[in-house]
Design a protein around this ligand. Structure first.
Ligand SMILES: NC(=O)c1ccc[n+]([C@@H]2O[C@H](COP(=O)([O-])OP(=O)(O)OC[C@H]3O[C@@H](n4cnc5c(N)ncnc54)[C@H](OP(=O)(O)O)[C@@H]3O)[C@@H](O)[C@H]2O)c1
Length: 217
């Protein structure tokens, strides 16, 4: 299959491209700073890139979390996803696999499976994060075949949890600075997923039925 990977240079994208190639797929990768520079916020550039690549499927691994800027990340989820889906539809692409998150669910007493609705809170900043996730998930579902991968918190090479990453750096401080816990009042539980497993799931998801899937340890 010919696969366009949007976000090919990211923490998941770097793991994904060689796995797709090893599985026999032909891969075209796009990102702002990769060999094919495309800003996903530029609708015309995205349309040209998708038309030129003429893929059978698109894998959306775009986030913009490098600068820890939630607004930038939301723009990529909302506007970037819109541009990618419009370009895919115009190019006759039927299938998309897209990265989402597994911690946008409404709160509950136990672990959330995929039947739990997304959180309807209006509390900032969570309301804005969930709105971005909802926009991404509903926009990709406009294509005939859409698989949403709700990843846990990523760890492994190139993530916040790798040596030199933001969490590792916070843990390198003195004993007091090393405390990353919250209070009982704001306690919550999240699942993790290794970037290699996140990438493996994206390769397999090219053959999965449409829908949303939690991808967590
Ligand atoms: N589920 C999770 O916990 C989760 C998910 C994702 C990321 N993260 C964390 O966030 C940190 C940064 O992630 P990351 O290294 O994957 O980088 P990132 O800055 O989030 O970018 C991800 C991918 O999207 C591309 N991209 C971003 N904005 C773009 C735009 N406007 N147009 C085209 N491409 C765009 C990036 O390439 P260019 O920058 O070259 O454009 C890259 O290929 C990591 O520590 C990671 O662990 C966590």
């Amino acid at each position: 299959m010919r696969v366009l990977v949007a976000g090919a240079t990211g923490a998941v994208g770097r793991q994904l491209v060689p796995r797709l190639e090893a599985a026999g797929h032909e891969v075209v990768g796009i990102s702002r700073r990769g060999p094919r520079p495309v800003d996903v916020l530029d609708a015309g550039a995205v349309e040209r890139a998708v038309t030129e690549a003429a893929p059978d499927a698109v894998v959306h691994q775009l986030t913009d979390l490098g600068g820890a800027d939630g607004a930038a990340n939301n723009r990529v989820r909302v506007e970037g996803t819109r541009h990618l889906v419009d370009a895919a539809r115009a190019a006759g692409v039927r299938r998309i696999v897209a990265q989402s998150i597994s911690w946008a669910y409404a709160p509950g007493d136990g672990p959330a499976d995929e039947s739990v609705p997304l959180d309807a809170t209006d509390e900032p900043p969570r309301a804005r994060i969930v709105a971005g996730v909802r926009a991404l998930e509903t926009t990709v579902a406009e294509l005939p075949e859409a698989v949403v991968l709700r990843y846990g918190i990523l760890y492994g090479p190139g993530t916040w949890y790798a040596p030199g990453g933001a969490v590792a750096a916070a843990l390198a401080g003195d004993a007091e600075a090393r405390f990353l816990g919250g209070t009982a009042a704001d306690a919550s539980v999240s699942s993790f997923v290794h970037v290699a497993d996140a990438a493996d799931a994206a390769v397999r998801a090219l053959a999965w039925p449409s829908g949303a899937y939690n991808v967590v340890d």
